[in-house]
Structure formats: C-alpha cells, structure tokens
Write a protein that binds this ligand. Structure first.
Ligand code: NAD
Length: 369
C-alpha cells in the first residue's frame, strides 16, 4: 500500500477541486483524482496544480466497476475521499436516473473496490486504511422554523431524488462498515459556497445574473432557510475527519450560518453594490426594473419565480460533535465568506464565462473553441 496516497473521487467538481487544491498545498500526500467529467466537472478549476508532481488525474466513471478496480490496483491508496456525485436537486427532478447510477451504484463500486483492496493488505496496512464518504444534510429532510438543528442521530427523511440517492449511499457505506469491516467515516454537510462553484447553484447564479444585468430568480418568496458553509472550511473539515476521526463515525459539518434565501440574495446584491456598483456596470446601462426604473442597485433585479416541487423549508446543522472531538471550527462567517466569494467571481471571469459559453467542454472533447 502506498501510505501517502489519497484517492479523491469527483475532484474536478466544486468541492472536489477545492479539496485537491488544499491537499496539494497543505498536506504531503500524492493525490489521485478520478472524475468522469460530467457537465459539472471542469479541469480548468485545477489548472494551477495540474502539473504538480504529487497530482495525477484519471478520467473514470465510477459506475464502471472494472475501471474503479483498476484505479485501486494501480495506486493502492491508503485514503479514499469519495465526493463524486450528481449533486443538483433540480436536475434530479428532471432526470433521476443518473443520480441512482452515480450516487448509489457508483458508491457501491467504490466500496467493493476498497473492500477488495483491504483484503489484500497486511493487518498493519489494514489498520491505517480509511474510506471517507462525503454526504449532505439533505438526507435528514426538512425542519420547521422551531425544530432543533440536525444531529448525527437525526432519522433520515430525504425528499428529493438527489437526497434519496445520497441517503441510499450513506446506508451502503454504513452497511459495508458493519458487514465487511470496511473502515468508513461519513460526513453530512450543509450548503457550500465559494470558488469554482458551477454557475447553476444559487450563489453563483445570483452573482452572475446580477453582473450580466439579468433578472435574479428566487424560488417562492425566498423564505427557505439553509445553513451556508465556506468551501475551504468544508475541505479542511474533511481532511481532519479522515486523518483524526473515529472509524465508523458520522460527523455533521455546518457553518453556523443559517439564512433565508431572500436575505442571502440581498446580501450578495449589497456586496456587489460595493465592489462593482450597478451604476458603473455597462451591462445594466439600458436595463429597467419591474417598475420601469433604471437599475441603480442590484437588488432591483430580483424576481420571484414558481417554487421548486417538494422544496424543503429549512436545513440546519448541529456541528458540536466535530467541534468538540476534532476542534474544527469554520473560519469564515456570513460577511467574510460571501465577500471573498463575490470577489473571486469578479477576479475569475474567464473561468465562468467559458462555462456559460460551453467552451470548457468543447476543449475537453478536443474541439477548437
Ligand atoms: P459537483 O456537482 O460540483 O461535482 C461532482 C463531480 O463528480 C463532478 O466533477 C463530476 O464530473 C463528478 N462525477 C459525476 N458523476 C460521476 C461519475 N459517474 N463518475 C465519476 N465522477 C463523476 O458537486 P459538489 O458540489 O462538489 O459536491 C461534491 C460532493 O459533496 C457530493 O457528493 C455532494 O453530494 C456533497 N455535498 C455537496 C454540498 C454542496 O453544497 N455543494 C453540500 C453537502 C454535500
């Protein structure tokens, strides 16, 4: 077994790419990234480290059991950090199939390959092998405004095809631990935000629509509540859990940062007003709000749209366990994390423009853009 190798799945996605950057910068391991490169996978997010001597990428679909086994045979990782998933709730409503294939079948393939590798190791090597399954707070269902936050013992009650597929994969991970003795750890995390988030998720949608002078869609009345965690705080937590967490345990990870969607959207608009005033943005020069007034503040672009079916009202995470056991704390708060994120999208326009134009995929297919 290569004692310094971490296998990351889904490392070309939002959280995965932030994790790979963190591991290369802050940890000593060789990092193997496997990713299918779906629409959500973008190797341009990894450009800064793509030639690093401790980094390697393989384009692998985790639903292909044989391809997954070959990766384990080739690299014999000591640590597996499993993030690859279909992750967008709206897409799971339009087409649940890929969610079951990747999130459920793909997870089983990884657990099986890890189990097969474990059986071939010495007792000493077995004792240091770890499999971290990265999941979401959405498996716990929806809270009322007065309910206490989710803990690690909250009963599962998923509502969307996405959260149901993630809940299934969590059960599989636990079953492989209980039945086959695989050293599994599970994390359930709240909504992430930060650099490299694909422009279909709420925060980049708001920033990019505003900058382009398009209306900013908000589901229902914007009263749904989410807990928001800066992605760098999340990836640090994941590394701490796999290195120091107790095998067989689940750790909830949250940002202590519960907000109504409408308050979040208004906060982003306010930060944009400060960093890139609407009055100086040429994309807004000819735009008018619903009342026919010129746009002088981004908030005027907000437009309420029909709610998502089965939209969970509130998620909130109690992260006392990881804070007490591993001394992990989020470093960013509502003000600092959102400001950093808006600034990142302002500073990295080429990254998101190439996604919006589709060029990031054309290049991957070897087509000139
Ligand atoms: P993402 O959609 O940005 O990235 C997913 C990555 O997985 C992409 O690079 C994609 O190409 C890859 N992938 C998809 N199907 C694959 C397959 N069959 N084989 C190999 N690779 C495949 O997702 P994300 O937001 O980075 O989320 C990462 C993980 O964290 C997911 O497991 C998600 O459930 C979990 N999570 C996300 C959040 C959040 O707020 N984004 C919160 C909690 C938990």
């Amino acid at each position: 077994m290569n004692s310094s190798t971490i296998l990351v799945t889904g490392g070309a996605g939002f959280i995965g790419s932030n994790l790979v950057h963190y591991l290369i910068q802050a940890a000593p391991h060789r990092v193997i990234n496997i990713d299918k490169l779906t629409y959500a996978g973008n190797l341009e997010s990894l450009q800064a480290i793509q030639n690093h001597q401790r980094y390697q990428f393989r384009q692998v679909d985790i639903t292909d059991a044989e391809a997954v086994r070959s990766v384990f045979d080739e690299f014999t990782p000591q640590y597996v950090m499993h993030l690859a998933a279909e992750s967008h709730v709206d897409r799971s409503i339009d087409g649940p199939d890929a969610f079951i294939q990747t999130n459920v079948v793909g997870t089983m393939n990884l657990l099986q390959a890890a189990r097969r590798q474990l059986a071939s190791l010495t007792t000493e090597q077995q004792s240091s092998f770890r499999f971290l399954h990265v999941s979401t707070d959405e498996v716990y269902g929806s809270l009322s405004l007065s309910d206490p936050a989710f803990t690690e013992t909250t009963a599962y009650d998923p509502h969307s095809p996405y959260s149901a597929s993630k809940a299934s994969s969590d059960h599989l991970a636990r079953a492989w631990a209980d039945t086959f003795g695989l050293p599994v750890l599970i994390t359930n995390c709240s909504n992430n935000y930060g650099p490299y988030q694909f422009p279909e998720k709420l925060i980049p949608v708001v920033i990019l629509k505003a900058l382009r002078g398009d209306s900013i869609p908000v589901y229902g009345k914007g009263e749904n509540i989410r807990d928001w965690l800066y992605v760098e705080d999340h990836v640090k937590a994941l590394y701490q859990v796999i290195m120091q967490g107790r095998v067989g345990q689940t750790y909830n990870i949250g940002g202590n940062n519960e907000r109504r969607n409408i308050d979040l959207v208004k906060k982003l608009c306010e930060i944009l007003d400060q960093l890139q005033p609407a009055t100086a943005n040429p994309a807004l020069a000819d735009k008018r709000d619903a009342a026919g007034q010129p746009i002088i503040r981004y908030e005027q672009l907000i437009k309420f749209v029909a709610d998502r079916p089965g939209h969970d009202l509130r998620y909130a995470i109690n992260s006392n366990k990881i804070q007490q056991e591993l001394s992990w704390q989020p470093q960013e708060n509502f003000e600092t994390g959102f400001r950093k994120t808006v600034q990142w999208y302002l500073d990295n326009q080429l990254w998101w423009q190439r996604i919006l134009s589709g060029d990031y995929r054309l290049e991957r297919l070897g087509t000139a853009s």
